[in-house]
Design a protein around this ligand. Structure first.
Ligand code: CA
Length: 223
């Protein structure tokens, strides 16, 4: 997933770009609104600072929206009282107030990418994955079995989303934890088993998720 960060302050842009790169994103940085608009074409998601030297971030967002559907997360400085309604009216998908951690930003990026129909990893991802009686609606954040809604927590949904991206493949515990929890998960790995057990129970077809001994888990979709 390719991000464009439009931010003029290098003391913010540099560490943010480094952190996002470590989280697995490819990222371009533009220091002005004009540069940002020029470079927005190839981006899957735009991170937009409101206080730019050449034009207001609100104006950048409006111009982006005039020509593109690219998701926009606004980054505003503390003190710039920005009305959420105004941001959403101008077409922004979400906003964060500085200071914030990379971890929080990554979570927002993934959430916005999911809502806009991408997987967070690939913009070309279809919005719905169908496996016989099991349907995973990525964009709608819904899972149905035999047409019946399965109530999943956000973590459980993220787990099935992660596993079902590569059916039949063994997913390493570490990879699942990093993808579903955080890029740097230091908590007990038992958390993963607890959530996986709940997911299996709710699906009502425990055999769709196999334990791969010494590795992690595998999604075995119904025919
Ligand atoms: Ca700025």
């Amino acid at each position: 997933m390719r991000l464009l960060l439009i931010e003029d302050d290098p003391s913010i842009a540099r560490p943010l770009a480094d952190g996002l790169a470590r989280a697995g994103f490819s990222i371009d940085v533009a220091g002005t609104g004009a540069d940002g608009l020029r470079e927005a074409d190839g981006a899957d998601l735009v991170l937009l600072d409101l206080g730019l030297p050449d034009m207001d971030g609100v104006e950048v967002c409006r111009r982006l929206r005039a020509s593109s559907e690219v998701p926009v997360i606004v980054i505003s400085a503390r003190g710039e009282e920005v009305d959420r309604v105004v941001l959403l009216e101008m077409g922004a998908d979400d906003y964060l107030v500085k200071p914030f951690g990379v971890r929080e930003l990554v979570a927002r990026i993934r959430a916005v990418a999911r809502r806009s129909g991408g997987s967070g990893d690939s913009a070309a991802e279809p919005a719905t994955r169908s496996f016989g009686q099991l349907v995973i609606d990525i964009a709608g954040h819904r899972v149905t079995v035999d047409g019946v809604d399965v109530e999943l927590t956000p973590k459980e949904f993220a787990l099935i989303e992660h596993l079902s991206a590569a059916p039949g493949a063994a997913h390493r515990r570490r990879d699942i934890l990093e993808s579903v929890w955080d890029a740097h998960w230091y908590g007990p790995t038992k958390t993963l088993d607890v959530h996986m057990a709940a997911l299996r129970r709710k699906l009502g077809h425990g055999e769709w998720i196999e334990t791969v001994r010494g590795v992690g888990y595998r999604f075995v979709p119904p025919a």
